[in-house]
Design a protein around this ligand. Structure first.
Ligand SMILES: Nc1ncnc2c1ncn2[C@@H]1O[C@H](COP(=O)(O)OP(=O)(O)OP(=O)(O)O)[C@@H](O)[C@H]1O
Ligand SMILES: [Mg+2]
Length: 321
C-alpha cells in the first residue's frame, strides 16, 4: 500500500543567535517524512532540539533554512492568509508542561473554546458551550469542570484540558511535545490510551516527542532518534528495538531496564560518558564522536550523512554502511 506523505521536512535548521557571534544550532539539518495516520516518535536527551523542531514545524519559530511541506504547502514560504487560517486549524500542538501551557486566569470553558472563537466555529454561545462540554467528555472530563480554573485540576486532568483545546478545531495533525513526562507513571498510561483512542476515532496523525525510548515504543509506528540538532537514526519502532544501528541508539536502548532479572544481570550495558555537549559553536565531524566508543579520526573530521542503509532504515554513522 502506498502511504500518503502528510509532512515532508527537508534539511530543516533552526539556529538561535545568542549574542557575540555565537550561534546555537538547536536544529541543524533534519530531514524526514511523516505519513498520514501514523505516530512518528522523536526521542533524544534534554536539549537535543526536540521542542525546537516541533515549534518550528508549527510556526512558533521561523526556520533558518530548509523546507517544511505540509500536504503540499511549503510552510517556510509565505502563505496566503486563507492558507494560514486553514493550517492553524489542521495542525495543533500539545505541550510538555500542562501547567505552564494553560492560561491560569481563564476558565476551562474559555481555554477550550479559544480555537473555536478564533475560527468562528460556533453559531451562538449555546452551541459553543455544548461543543466545549462534548470535547471535555471526549477527553474524560465533565460539564461541571467548565467553570473551574487550571489550578483546580491535577496534572493529568490539565493535560486532558490541553488535549481538548487542541481537538476543538478538529485538527488532523497533532505535535505532542512530551505530553506525559510531567505526569505520574500511573497517569501516563491513561493519557497515552486517550491519545491512541482519539487517533483511531479521528484518524489523527501524531508527532510524539519524548526523551525516553521506552515511552514512545508502543505508540510509535516509526521513531527518529535525535542527537544535538540532528537525526542519527530513523526506522520503524520494531526495527529500532530489534536492530539499532547507531551507537547512540544502542546506548539509549541499553539504558532501559529489562524486567527479567536474569537477562538484566548478564546483558551488556553501554555507558554514555559525559553529557550532551553545548550546541553553541559545535566542532567539525560527527557530533556524537566525543562520547562514542567507536569514534575514529574520520568521525572527528567529517560529519556522516544520513543514509538509507536498509529499506526505510536511515542512519548517520561512518561505521554503518
Ligand atoms: N528561544 C530560544 N533561544 C535560544 N536558545 C534556545 C531557544 N529555545 C531553545 N534553545 C536552545 O536550543 C537547544 C534545544 O532546546 P529544545 O528545547 O529544543 O530541546 P529539547 O530536546 O526539547 O529538550 P527537553 O527534553 O529538555 O525539552 C537547547 O540548547 C536550548 O537551550
Ligand atoms: Mg522540549
Amino acid at each position: 500500500m502506498e502511504r500518503e506523505i502528510l509532512l515532508k521536512i527537508k534539511n530543516l535548521k533552526k539556529h538561535f543567535n545568542v549574542g557575540k557571534n555565537q550561534i546555537l544550532k538547536a536544529v541543524d539539518g533534519v530531514s524526514f517524512d511523516i505519513y498520514r495516520g501514523e505516530t512518528f516518535g522523536v526521542v533524544g536527551e534534554s536539549g537535543c532540539g526536540k521542542s525546537t523542531l516541533g515549534r518550528t514545524i508549527i510556526g512558533l519559530y521561523n526556520a533558518t533554512e530548509g523546507s517544511i511541506e505540509y500536504d503540499g504547502i511549503d510552510l517556510t514560504k509565505k502563505t496566503t492568509s486563507k492558507e494560514n487560517r486553514d493550517l492553524t486549524k489542521r495542525i495543533q500542538m500539545i505541550f510538555q508542561d500542562p501547567y505552564a501551557s494553560l492560561n491560569q486566569r481563564m476558565k476551562v470553558m474559555d481555554i477550550v473554546a479559544e480555537g473555536i472563537d478564533a475560527h468562528g466555529l460556533s453559531k451562538n454561545s449555546q452551541d459553543r458551550a455544548q461543543t466545549v462540554v462534548d470535547l471535555l467528555n471526549t477527553v474524560g472530563l465533565q460539564e461541571e469542570h467548565t467553570n473551574r480554573f487550571p489550578h483546580e485540576f491535577s496534572g493529568g486532568q490539565r493535560q486532558r484540558i490541553g488535549i481538548a483545546r487542541a481537538l476543538a478545531v478538529n485538527p488532523e495533525f497533532i505535535i505532542c511535545d512530551e505530553p506525559i513526562s510531567a505526569l505520574d507513571v500511573s497517569i501516563q498510561a491513561q493519557i497515552i490510551n486517550l491519545l491512541k483512542d482519539l487517533q483511531n476515532k479521528r484518524g489523527l496523525t501524531y508527532m510524539f516527542i519524548a526523551h525516553d525510548l521506552s515511552m514512545v515504543k508502543h505508540i510509535s509506528n516509526r521513531i527518529g532518534v535525535m542527537y544535538l540538532g540532528n537525526l542519527v537514526e530513523l526506522t520503524t519502532s520494531k526495527e529500532l528495538f530489534k536492530k539499532p544501528l547507531h551507537p547512540y541508539t544502542q546506548a539509549l536502548l541499553s539504558a532501559i531496564p529489562i524486567p527479567n532479572p536474569k537477562i538484566e544481570k548478564t546483558r551488556h550495558r553501554i555507558i554514555l560518558e559525559g553529557s550532551l555537549p553545548s550546541p553553541i559553536n559545535v566542532k567539525e565531524g560527527c557530533k556524537f564522536s566525543s562520547r562514542c566508543a567507536k569514534a575514529d579520526t574520520i568521525c572527528r573530521e567529517k560529519s556522516p550523512e544520513f543514509v538509507e542503509v536498509e529499506k526505510g532504515h536511515y542512519v548517520a554513522c561512518h561505521f554503518v554502511k
